[in-house]
Unconditional design. Structure first.
Ligand code: ATP
Ligand code: MG
Lengths: 281, 313
């Protein structure tokens, strides 16, 4: 019997209320009947233009937005679609998230050690054990353990993103939702962080839901991908199949739009990213 | 932290000289003459000259200022040429009124303003609108006008509070509170508006941060998110505004004290200015300057405590 998938999303819809001055209050579907499957240790790329509903899907899995009736989110055999806060606290050790903006993802008035240790302390881990696990996870993300006593303002965007990754990993999750984790970073830093995520995936058998508007990054990072438009999935499959033989004109447009118009510059970027990838590990 | 305080103090010390000096120049050059005020309409030129010499008014501007400064350094703020009372004892006898007003208003504005701001940041609906209305009223109507309306309604019509006057707290706490209720309310409307608006903006900004989202994703309770994680960061800009509110109350109190006929420093400023009593004006200005410097220092310390970024640099 094949092992069941780690995450199955079936018919997920999310509605928001938009307040338009002229038309008054209106409900609109940001996510509309989306179904996804994510195997253990696999990376599923989620691409689409801005506003297509990528983050909203991630947020629904995290329980940050409410799914419409009829939606079903099953994680490791458990229906978590409307998991209450108590259940969420328990799930926190197994589903984690890294957001896009490194400057708002860490509490500025807490030290790195406090931020990383907090989820452990909250679940009753003692101080000594917490300290050693904070040091351990910092080493995992290639940071010196002594940064624990410093504040976020003392770090660059790339370093902060490493710390945010460390916070996601400290309780050894099975699934990490990566919501554009590198799109606020410089190109070279971006490559370093992607490499780090790949190494971590290999070492810890992590599954990633990797959200990006850059189809080029997704191709390099994921095994399968789903293409999202106006809240609906227009194409889903193995990365190579989707990219080599895009069935939808929308996917072709996304491919063409990436991320600079000049093809020479595109090639240069791709090569520089590839060289950084092979160099560092 | 000690370095920060030392640097702040070093910047502030010149203020203690510059502000009274500018006041002195302006007060001296303003039309009016204390010697004439004392002598009345009927006097001889000789008596007039003698009095001016006695008061030191015949000396140059700088010499007069130097005399005053020498006194201050020795702890003597001078005496009023008109009443003959010592300026420092006059200030001491009135400072309780102004301090009661300003401190109580700051406390009230902080508690209500922060409370309203936090709650309205959390609930969009009617409470947010209520804060908007309070802000609009607070920003549009001057305190003395609010004070006049309050007197007309609650003191004159309903008779719930005294319309004027002040009772020291050590004589009767109840009478003290009753006497302060209306003037504090008059001053607090604007102060609450400022604090509530800043708190709401800071809270909304903080709550939209990704670190708050990642706490929510972990099922952390809303109460713990607000009190343990968000409030401290939101408090940084709010503490600055509370400092500004306190300082703006120092001049707000001048008019409110006169509306409610309270014997505070504001009243003394008005009397002294009308009678051209430079030592009294100088003494109060110096007192206010010292208070402003201290408040700014306090805000800086608080700021450094709340914000590790400021502490490091
Ligand atoms: N909390 C919310 N309240 C109301 N509307 C929302 C909310 N979150 C998202 N939306 C709307 O839902 C739609 C999808 O947003 P979403 O953030 O999922 O897009 P995205 O694909 O992640 O875009 P981007 O690439 O810009 O991050 C957008 O129109 C957005 O304005
Ligand atoms: Mg997004």
């Amino acid at each position: 019997m094949p092992a069941e998938p780690l995450l199955t999303v079936t018919d997920l819809s999310v509605e928001f209320e938009s307040t338009d001055r002229r038309r008054g209050r209106q409900r609109f579907r940001a996510v509309d009947g989306v179904s996804l499957r994510l195997e253990r240790g696999e990376t599923l790329g989620l691409v689409g233009e801005s506003g297509s509903g990528k983050s909203t899907i991630g947020n629904a899995v995290l329980g940050l937005v409410a799914a419409q009736p009829g939606s079903r989110i099953v994680f490791d055999g458990e229906d978590i679609t409307h998991a209450p806060p108590k259940r969420r606290r328990a799930l926190g050790s197994r589903i984690q998230v890294v957001f896009q903006d490194p400057y708002s993802s860490l509490n500025p008035s807490r030290t790195i050690g406090q931020t990383l240790g907090e989820p452990l302390r909250a679940t009753g881990v003692d101080r000594r054990e917490t300290q050693s696990r904070v040091a351990e996870v910092l080493t995992k993300v290639d940071m010196a353990p002594d940064v624990a006593s410093r504040y976020p303002s003392q770090f660059s965007g790339g370093q902060r993103q490493r710390i945010a990754i460390a916070r996601a990993l400290i309780r050894n999750p099975q699934l990490v939702i990566l919501d554009e984790p590198t799109s606020a970073l410089d190109l070279s830093v971006q490559a370093q962080i992607l490499n780090l995520l790949i190494a971590l995936r290999r070492d810890s058998h992590l599954a990633y839901l990797f959200i990006s508007h850059d189809i080029d990054v997704v191709r390099f990072f994921s095994s399968r991908m789903a293409v999202l438009r106006h809240g609906k999935i227009v194409e889903q499959g193995a990365v190579d199949a989707v990219i080599e033989r895009p069935q939808e004109s929308y996917t072709r447009e996304l491919l063409a739009a990436v991320p600079v118009a000049d093809p020479r510059e595109q090639r240069r970027r791709r090569e520089s990213r590839a060289s950084l990838v092979t160099d560092s590990r | 932290m000690t370095k920060l305080i030392a640097r702040r103090l070093a910047i502030s010390v010149p203020l203690l000289f510059v502000v009274p000096f500018l006041t002195f120049v302006m007060a001296t050059l303003a039309p009016g003459d204390p010697a004439r005020t004392i002598l009345g309409d009927d006097f001889t030129p000789e008596a007039y000259q003698a009095l001016r010499a006695e008061l030191g008014l015949d000396k140059s501007l700088f010499a007069q200022y130097a005399d005053w400064l020498r006194g201050v350094v020795q702890g003597d703020l001078g005496t009023s040429p008109v009443t003959g009372l010592s300026v420092s004892s006059e200030i001491l006898s009135r400072v309780g009124v102004t301090a009661s007003l300003v401190l109580l208003t700051t406390v009230v504005a902080t508690l209500i303003g922060v409370g309203l701001g936090v709650v309205s940041a959390l609930r969009a609906g009617w409470l947010a609108k209520a804060v908007d209305v309070i802000s609009l009223v607070g920003f549009s109507f001057p305190s003395f006008w609010v004070g006049l309306v309050l007197v007309a309604f609650f003191a004159v019509k309903l008779g719930w509070f005294p319309a004027t006057g002040f009772v020291p707290i050590d004589i009767s706490a109840r009478a003290w509170a009753l006497a302060l209720a209306l003037p504090v309310t008059a001053l607090a409307v604007h102060a609450i508006a400022m604090v509530a608006k800043q708190t709401r903006d800071a809270m909304l900004d903080t709550l939209s941060r990704d670190y708050i989202l990642s706490l929510r994703a972990r099922g952390i309770s809303e109460r713990s998110i607000i009190f343990r994680h968000a409030l401290r960061n939101a408090a940084i800009p709010v503490s600055t505004v509370i400092g500004l509110v306190f300082i703006s109350l120092l001049d707000g109190t001048v008019l409110v004290e006169s509306v409610f006929a309270m014997p505070g420093l504001g009243g003394l400023v008005v009397d002294a200015t009308q009678r051209h009593e430079i030592p009294a004006i100088q003494g109060i200005v110096l007192t206010f300057t010292v208070v402003v410097v201290l408040i700014n220092l306090l805000v800086d310390v608080l700021y450094g405590w709340l914000n590790p970024k400021a502490r490091v640099s």
